[in-house]
Write a protein that binds this ligand. Structure first.
Ligand code: ADP
Length: 555
């Protein structure tokens, strides 16, 4: 039977086959199972439970319309049921609910029922093993019997000691439902300010929150929260984070006797310290961990993301002045290449909030953050004005959003947080089942249209293209190859360049249609660059100093 063949399906069955609800893997779950039926189709089910009730069920299948219809119906029936009852749903329950299904594919309902049953049974076993009725968070690795967990298997070339370390880290992190990293292309744009207020706001909305500061170059969270004189205590469980109104806080700053300490740590040593730190902090069960990362687009924030593994995504902070600099775009493009979902861009210090009435005046050109986010196809979370009270609150060691909650600036901050708070209800923003890639695995080939050896302003009419291979980790150019441009033909260049392995274009100007076609091919586009040699432009791109202006041609 073809996927599109819905003959013999009732209205309800068609609906479930065409618009499968709850279709897709779940990251945080309490029970999981995967079964291949006698027909060769595979189904995979996940269930999340609160107490003894199924709160969410989801599935994937490689089967066609009939499998989709049965899987979708099974998840709908299971939700809200007791786990035990969901486990006893049978083939006929699913068929009855579908109300009319061709006899030759009714075995799909049996496969769905069996897989759901196995996932519910797995949920009950895990709840029993961890001695709790789940509240949604995954059990720790020590007790979890999920054989598909990455910490359960050796990676290629990994020693026992390395596996043990990874397990330790995983057993901490898998008790945290959502991990959000706050990034910025440069320091001083308000990354830590956003991280503190994001974490505080989530905590004020009733979530169990941790705030982790690993901005190794200037851990400012202790000062921002008035905790700079506190000391950290250890327990059998590990290092105990400080608690501030229920929010757990840990910063590398608590361990630096001298602020210069961090600066003298070299690359691998730095990562070793951060890794140890991540392994040793006893967070317990959390709904959110907000991570204030080191600034920049170099290997530090990215190695950190790799270390943590499955992050829900990144919030990227910039300012109106920095929007023009390509480092924000670079942050976004690196996130994409790492498979790290971009939760959105925040434009900080956008306009000035009057200290008396709170009214925001646009003193510098702003709004660029929104345009840039639209341009790159990522969400724009909102703008925060420059507000002297924010700086005051930071200096006084008080989270602004808690102390000035009725100001327009606090409202702007709350608006930014809405999609992140919604992760708890809606799940991940992107496909977080893809592992974060290692920097070494990132292949980057940057294409630059040329005329007379320099970037050609008119993309569609250039003489040739320079294809520049770069090593993003070492930030160096590996090789350059020039190829003749094909004869001009609308819509041809995006697939033509993608076929030649380009995953980024630096251009002077480009029409909207071409940009959209490149986006379809998964190729990043940076427009507004000046006429210069490929080496200079790519060099600046890698250093984060490439400046871009207006799109030189947007028709
Ligand atoms: P980063 O983490 O990017 O280095 P910080 O969050 O430490 O930046 O902010 C740098 C300085 O700017 C801090 O003194 C902070 O109080 C101030 N600041 C950040 N955002 C604002 C804002 N919207 N209005 C006023 N001051 C701000």
């Amino acid at each position: 039977m073809e996927c599109t063949d819905l003959e013999g399906f009732s209205e309800t069955a068609r609906d479930h086959a065409m618009r499968p609800r709850n279709h897709g893997p779940m990251k945080v779950f309490d029970g999981h199972a995967r079964i291949t039926g006698p027909c060769g189709d595979t189904m995979e089910f996940w269930v999340g439970a609160s107490g003894d009730t199924v709160t969410k069920a989801s599935f994937v299948t490689d089967g066609c319309a009939s499998s989709l219809a049965c899987g979708s119906m099974a998840t709908c029936l299971a939700q809200g049921m007791r786990v035990e009852d969901a486990a006893s749903l049978g083939q006929n329950d699913i068929l009855d609910a579908l109300g009319g299904f061709p006899p030759e594919v009714q075995h799909c309902a049996l496969l769905a029922a069996n897989t759901l049953k196995a996932a519910c049974e797995n949920c009950m076993v895990r709840q029993k093993a961890s001695g709790r009725q789940s509240h949604g968070a995954q059990a720790t690795c020590d007790t979890c019997d999920d054989t598909s967990c990455s910490a359960a298997v050796h990676k290629e070339g990994e020693s026992e000691a390395e596996l043990e370390e990874r397990r330790k880290l995983q057993s901490r992190l898998c008790r945290i439902r959502h991990k959000v990293v706050v990034l910025s292309g440069k320091g001083g744009v308000g990354k830590s300010t956003v991280a503190v207020n994001l974490a505080t706001s989530l905590m004020m909305s009733g979530k169990r929150v941790g705030l982790l500061d690993i901005d190794i170059h200037g851990p400012s969270i202790p000062t921002m929260l008035g905790l700079e004189w506190e000391t950290i205590e250890g327990s059998d469980e590990g290092l105990l984070p400080l608690e501030m109104d229920g929010m757990k806080v840990m910063s590398l700053g608590f361990f630096l006797q001298n602020p210069d300490d961090a600066v003298i740590w070299r690359g691998p040593r730095k990562m070793g310290v951060i890794k140890q730190f991540l392994q040793d902090v006893a967070w317990g069960d959390l709904d959110y961990l907000v991570i204030d990362s080191p600034p920049g687009t170099g290997d530090e924030p990215l190695s950190l993301c790799q270390l943590i593994g499955q992050l829900d995504g990144a919030v990227i902070v910039t300012t109106p002045q920095k929007v023009a600099a390509v480092d924000v775009r670079k942050s976004i493009s690196f996130c994409r290449q790492l498979h790290l979902p971009v939760l959105g861009v925040v434009e900080n210090m956008s306009g000035f909030a009057c200290p008396k009435c709170g009214e925001v005046t646009q003193i510098l050109r702003s709004g660029g953050g929104r345009r840039m986010a639209e341009d790159m196809g990522v969400p724009f979370l909102g703008s925060i004005p420059m507000d002297p009270k924010i700086a005051e609150a930071c200096d006084d060691g008080e989270p602004f959003i808690r102390n000035y909650s009725d100001t327009p600036t606090a409202q702007a901050l709350r608006d930014i947080i809405i999609p992140i708070a919604a992760l708890d209800e809606t799940g991940a923003a992107g496909d977080i089942t893809k592992p974060i890639k290692a920097l070494e695995e990132i292949h980057m080939r940057i294409a630059i249209p040329l005329a007379n050896g320099k970037l050609a302003m008119h993309f569609g009419h250039c003489e040739c293209f320079a294809l520049v291979d770069v090593d993003p980790k070492e930030r160096k150019i590996l090789k350059r190859e020039d190829i003749d441009a094909p004869p001009h033909q609308p819509g041809l260049l995006p697939p033509w360049l993608a076929e030649r392995g380009a995953n980024m274009i630096i251009a002077g100007g480009m029409g909207q249609r071409a940009k959209a076609l490149f986006a379809e091919q998964g190729v990043e586009v940076v427009v507004g660059a000046r006429a210069d040699t490929p080496e200079n432009l790519v060099g600046e791109y890698l250093d984060g100093t490439l400046k871009v202006g207006e799109n030189a041609c947007d028709h």
